[in-house]
Design a protein around this ligand. Structure first.
Ligand code: HEM
Length: 388
């Protein structure tokens, strides 16, 4: 049963060709196969109203997987982490791990993060290269530094694939990937268990998670969550930033000439190509939203891309302009479930832009990339450039 849409969205026609993703997303009500109603939020005014709604809860894993995942390793994991919890359980879990994400701890690492990005860029071979490899490399090494696991023998780049497999849990296609997801949950648990044991007593993200006052299983689940929640979104953001800067060489020039600050570039890039597609919540009680009757159990979806293109909220939203006044970006989510990794992700992305400024790489886009569909973090699948 569908409730229908609260809002529709009418972009300029050329944007339709340039950015197919949002238009796939616009058809959510078509491709979501669930029994739940869908409510679609796509402007800042609605986004503010949405955030203020009282009767919302996190979309449970059995709802996003359309009932396909109600037991097994991934289901058990989901019962122990913040994303899928509500109420007192959520507050308790979040309270346990929030200190591990403090901005001051992350900011101390900024110089090292810039060094990692500079080094990764300088090591690139000349000729045609795929910047997706650079993005993975930076995300891997930066996370390693923050978590304190850079030199661990228990981790290598294959962890990226495992975390990415488990991240499918957040998509509405998850019910069709149960085996992949469950295998990833088992494999990632084993790795994180070892990594946390190694970090016990140290002042690192993983050291602080390992020291939290919770059962060991819950601490391991939180460590897994940071890998899953942090990795693909960060890789997607790195690629989104690189593509945005290369798509119009004057943007890259402005970065190199320091006409725009790294912070402003990152914010505008996250508005321009938001890596996290949709915020989902479930109505915990029935209520009326203007002409729509929302029933308890209905799915409500807010799309970051559409909110970020709202003409009433932004001057010229279809123009890339880091100098613009930003308003609260939907890309980090909202309320009790707002991203815990904002400080970390922001530090990594600003370090990347700073490293691009310092190294002034001679990159030229070879071809326009294909982008992932909204079932995953939104990013170029490959980003091929000529490194001169
Ligand atoms: C640019 C990169 C990132 C983006 C765009 C992003 C985005 C998001 C979004 C949209 C949510 C859900 C918010 C909601 O439903 O209201 C979320 C939750 C979360 N993120 Fe991030 N994230 C990023 C990086 C990270 C990193 C690096 C970490 C940690 C290492 C992280 C940890 C988390 C956690 C733990 C949650 C769950 C919070 C809760 O449910 O209470 N994220 N993130």
């Amino acid at each position: 049963m569908k409730t229908g849409l609260l809002e529709t969205f009418d972009p300029p026609a050329d944007e339709w060709d340039a950015n197919p993703w949002p238009f796939v997303a616009a058809n959510t009500a078509e491709w979501y196969e669930g029994p739940l109603g869908i409510l679609f939020v796509s402007s800042n005014r609605r986004w503010e109203e949405f955030r203020a709604l009282k009767h919302l809860r996190a979309a449970a894993i059995e709802e996003t997987s359309l009932g396909a995942i109600t037991s097994g390793p991934a289901w058990e994991w989901s019962q122990q982490v913040t994303s899928w919890s509500d109420g007192p359980r959520h507050a308790e879990l979040r309270g346990l791990f929030a200190p591990a994400f403090s901005a001051s701890a992350v900011n101390r690492l900024r110089p090292r993060l810039v060094d990692i990005c500079v080094e990764a860029i300088e090591q690139l071979p000349s000729g045609p290269i795929d910047l997706a490899e650079l993005a993975n490399n930076i995300a891997y090494r930066a996370f390693g530094v923050v978590a304190g696991i850079t030199n661990s023998a228990h981790i290598d780049m294959s962890v990226i694939d495992t975390a990415t497999d488990l991240a499918n849990l957040w998509g509405w296609h998850s019910g069709r990937m149960v085996d992949v997801i469950n295998r990833a949950a088992v494999d990632l648990r084993a790795v994180v268990d070892l990594l946390l044991r190694e970090q016990e007593g140290l002042d690192t993200l993983y050291g602080r998670i390992a020291a939290a006052d919770a059962e060991w299983d819950v601490r391991v689940a939180a460590g897994m969550q940071t890998l899953v929640a942090g990795w693909e979104t960060t890789v997607a953001s790195i690629l989104g930033i690189c593509h945005t800067l290369l798509d119009d060489p004057s943007r890259l020039r402005n970065v190199v000439e320091a006409a725009w600050s790294p912070a402003a570039v990152v914010e505008e890039c996250l508005r321009w190509k938001p890596p996290a597609a949709a915020m989902m919540r479930i109505a915990s009680e029935s209520f009326q939203w203007e002409e729509l009757s929302i029933e308890a159990g209905h799915m409500l979806v807010a799309y970051t891309f559409f909110i970020a293109r709202d003409c009433d909220a932004y001057d010229d939203p279809w123009v890339f302009n880091p100098a613009r006044r930003q308003i609260d970006l939907p890309v980090w989510g909202f309320g009790a479930h707002r991203c815990m990794g904002v400080a970390l992700a922001t530090a990594e992305l600003e370090s990347l832009v700073e490293a691009i400024r310092v190294t002034n790489p001679a990159w030229a886009l070879v071809e326009q990339p294909r982008w992932t569909d909204p079932k995953r973090a939104y990013r170029p699948i490959e980003l091929i450039v000529e490194n001169g």
